[in-house]
Design a protein. Structure first.
Length: 71
């Protein structure tokens, strides 16, 4: 939230990339868009939380390509 205040940003337009459930929960808590990458702890996070309804990418590069291709 401090980021949003400092930069006058709408957090609903911000993607937060992470590999753990905690990362995803933090993004959701502030209204940002959580994105899971399967690297690091990501694969285990996905296996342990099959109910997740979020974007999932193989790696940071693929997630970044998706984000930068958005209008």
């Amino acid at each position: 939230k401090a980021f949003a205040a400092d930069f006058d940003a709408d957090l609903t337009t911000i993607a937060v990339i992470g590999d753990s459930l905690r990362d995803l929960q933090a993004a959701e808590a502030v209204g940002a868009q959580p994105i899971l990458v399967k690297t690091g702890k990501g694969q285990k996070t996905l296996l342990n939380n099959p109910q997740l309804n979020i974007l999932v990418f193989e790696n940071l590069y693929d997630a970044a390509k998706h984000i930068t291709s958005r209008p």
